[in-house]
Design a protein around this ligand. Sequence first.
Ligand SMILES: [Zn+2]
Ligand SMILES: [Zn+2]
Length: 139
Amino acid sequence: MSEYTRIWKGIKHLIKGSKKDRFVCNKCSQEFNQQHFQIASAFVDKKTQVIYKRLKKYCKDCENPMRAIRHAIEKDPKTPPKPNHCEHCFKKCKPVLHHNHKTGKFVRWACVNCNSRFTKDTFEEYLEEGRRWYDVKIH
Ligand SMILES: [Zn+2]
Ligand SMILES: [Zn+2]
């Protein structure tokens, strides 16, 4: 049985199989390379006493609920197709999906920079955030 190592959080993990292994996610039923599956629990090989790691049954996108929402929005036919520019700064890039975290609805396509800067979905939320800062008392 072949094995390979994967570095995760600075630690080497031993996994049975090959780096070319492909698995079908139990949730979205899509097939991905093993890299798309995170490391799960450990088990000991009874014969060799070597510790191996299992991989999760859900792919990375389904495992992470935030990503799962994004995943679903991306596949939703109502979502506008991904442009090759950011809808904030119009820079050419591979935009990421900005969605409303409360409603799970699509907001816009934005570059990574703009997406991290414009975290609020509505103007009202921006005002609310601004108010919070102006309430800070400095002694
Ligand atoms: Zn999946
Ligand atoms: Zn941008």
